[in-house]
Design a protein around this ligand. Structure first.
Ligand SMILES: C[S@@+](CC[C@H](N)C(=O)[O-])C[C@H]1O[C@@H](n2cnc3c(N)ncnc32)[C@H](O)[C@@H]1O
Length: 214
């Protein structure tokens, strides 16, 4: 389900900053060579992530769910001098592709790619995060949040993708039968009632939950 018409979405993209060339290439490559290209953040959400990152001016960013590296490259745009983004993905098949685009975007010194299960890797990381982007398997969204919340600096941000799950979060049938929908809805409810953060659910693309830690 698209929340706004294709024409209006196109208008938004046309009136947002252009995708940097390397991201446009990665977007095209992902759509022509990689399975499930809808997972890629894309032009509009990518520019929104880059904009948030510039606003936050993070030193340390954690991304959970690299896929082909599109959102990692967007988020890295706002890193301050000497800053670093660590991105985790369980799928080793895309490692070389992600590396190629990290090199092409000239951010080798800013992005570290880690292959493995985020649930076991996150507890081994010793950083005070300014920004965390949660975009891996939906069943573990609450677990990822619980793992990172104490590692996030006071005043730091967590952003979670796909929190509207194509609109299924308000569909009774999906809420009854679909485990991913149930997990996303439970995550949204949990965050909304968690006193450790303030939050806003933005209907950008498939829904971004933006949280600021008190
Ligand atoms: C929606 S895609 C990420 C898209 C990417 N952030 C972007 O916007 O371009 C989700 C990714 O999470 C990864 N993933 C799923 N379960 C994971 C886990 N337990 N640990 C780490 N990565 C996982 C998948 O392999 C997949 O590449």
């Amino acid at each position: 389900m698209e929340f706004i018409s294709d024409t209006l979405a196109h208008y938004c993209e046309e009136h947002s900053s252009k995708e940097p060339d390397v991201l446009a290439q990665l977007n095209r490559h992902t759509h022509s060579h990689v399975l499930s290209p809808r997972m890629l953040s894309g032009h509009l959400q990518g520019r929104a992530l880059a904009m948030f990152s510039h606003m936050i001016q993070p030193k340390y960013i954690l991304e959970i769910g690299t896929y082909t590296g599109y959102s990692a490259l967007c988020l890295a745009e706002g890193l301050i001098e000497g800053g670093k983004l660590i991105t985790i993905d369980i799928n080793e098949e895309l490692e070389n592709l992600v590396n190629k685009y990290i090199k092409d975007a000239a951010v080798v010194d800013k992005i570290e790619q880690v292959i493995g299960d985020a649930l076991t890797i996150i507890p081994t990381l010793n950083y005070a995060w300014d920004l965390v982007f949660i975009d891996a398997d939906k069943l573990n969204y609450i677990n990822y949040y619980q793992l990172v919340i104490d590692q996030v600096k006071p005043g730091g941000y967590i952003i979670a993708d796909n929190v509207l799950w194509s609109g299924k979060v308000i569909d009774e049938n999906s809420l009854l039968k679909d485990k991913d929908t149930q997990a996303i809805h439970a995550f949204n409810e949990y965050i909304h009632h968690d006193g450790r953060v303030e939050n806003v659910l933005l209907p950008i693309r498939d829904g971004l939950m933006v949280m600021r830690k008190y």
